[in-house]
Design a protein around this ligand. Structure first.
Ligand SMILES: *[C@@H]1O[C@H](CO)[C@@H](O)[C@H](O)[C@H]1NC(C)=O
Ligand SMILES: *[C@@H]1O[C@H](CO)[C@@H](O)[C@H](O)[C@H]1NC(C)=O
Ligand SMILES: [Cu+2]
Length: 323
């Protein structure tokens, strides 16, 4: 071959290598049990719908490549609910003690690692909450589920038709909460900053007879690049794994990761604007914050917000990781 052709091939090789992107994934929907009610999450393509559907998933328009947040962003707002996330326009009404199934796009079996869930009380409607001020407590964590077979939380999720179940603690106070659900893929985590965090958030209006207000921490304080469960060589010999992040909340309810039967969705996703119903006379608001939490969502505000959004294609983020 002429040197020029070789040179051209080499150039093409470089271009292909640089643009090759693995599919990764997004968490697409919730199903709340025992009712089996389906709630659509957010999809980055919604930014081009007029009007965008109002969903319970936080908007992540910049996540066009279904990609991840890296340890270099652990102290930045993107770690809270993924790239450029803004609050959901609706909330899924759930009861304390309910099980929420979170559905994912097909999750690659190679992307092993822990699956972790957190809640944070918005102390009022979640729609305008400052995500960096949310204080999250951990309600579920599954790391290395079975060392002998190399089964991780993420493996269970893959095996379970790309879904994950988490229970809302029975004892927490009613209110508007953010559910932060996250897979941390470790296949590249042997290298510095190689862990891949895939956080997704949902707004929930939780009815409860509980009173607990667990202490939480901002998501920007969860992890550090050198934590043992973040910088971790998946291909080394190991028998244990230390799940990163804060301690599990004492009121957390464990779930066995088997799908609660076939999907029996009863609604088509749009929760509408639910009022955060308090349950029982004893639950009448006792503070201004509680009264605000109990107030109906201002439907018009969110609708106006979406209508006002300009139809602009979000350019690919220059800092989007490409693995
Ligand atoms: C797997 O999940 C998809 C949607 O996420 C659903 O359509 C399908 O019925 C599920 N399959 C089983 C066996 O549950
Ligand atoms: C609260 O308690 C009442 C009375 O026992 C019960 O009917 C209701 O289902 C409970 N609500 C929740 C969300 O657990
Ligand atoms: Cu990937």
């Amino acid at each position: 071959m002429a040197p020029l052709t070789l040179f051209t091939l080499a150039i093409f090789g470089v271009v292909f290598a640089a643009t090759e992107v693995c599919a990764h994934g997004i968490a697409t929907a919730l199903v709340v049990f025992p009712t089996g009610t389906f709630y659509q999450g957010y999809n980055p393509s919604y930014q081009w719908s007029r009007p965008p559907p109002v969903v319970v998933g936080w908007s992540t328009p910049d996540d066009l490549q279904n990609t991840f947040v890296s340890p270099t962003s652990y102290d930045k707002p993107d770690i809270v609910c993924h790239f450029g996330a803004t609050p959901a326009g609706a909330a899924a009404p759930v009861n304390a003690g309910d099980t929420i199934e979170i559905q994912w796009t097909p999750w690659p079996a190679s992307h092993k690692g822990p699956v972790i869930d957190y809640l944070a009380n918005c102390n009022g409607p979640c729609q305008n909450v400052d995500k960096t001020k949310l204080k999250f407590f951990k309600i579920s964590e599954v790391g290395l589920a079975d060392a002998a077979s190399g089964t991780w939380g993420a493996s269970q999720l893959t095996n379970n038709n790309n879904s994950w179940s988490v229970r809302i603690p029975k004892d927490i106070a009613p209110g508007n909460y953010v559910l932060r659900h996250e897979i941390i893929a470790l296949h590249a985590a042997g290298q510095s900053n190689g862990a891949q965090n895939y956080p997704f958030c949902y707004s929930l209006a939780i009815s409860s007879n509980g009173t607990a207000n667990p202490a939480g921490v901002p998501a920007t304080q969860f992890y550090a690049a050198n934590n043992p469960g973040i910088k971790f060589d998946l291909f080394s010999k190991f028998t244990s794994y230390q799940i990163p992040g804060p301690a599990l909340y004492s009121g957390a309810l464990l779930v066995v990761q088997t799908k609660p039967g076939p999907i029996k969705a009863t609604a088509t996703g749009i929760a509408g604007f639910v009022s955060n119903a308090k349950v029982g006379a004893a639950m009448s608001p006792t503070s201004p914050a509680e009264a605000a939490a109990a107030a109906p969502y201002p439907a018009i505000t969110a609708a106006a917000k979406y209508a006002a959004r300009t139809l602009v294609k979000t350019p690919k983020r220059s800092d989007a990781p490409q693995i």
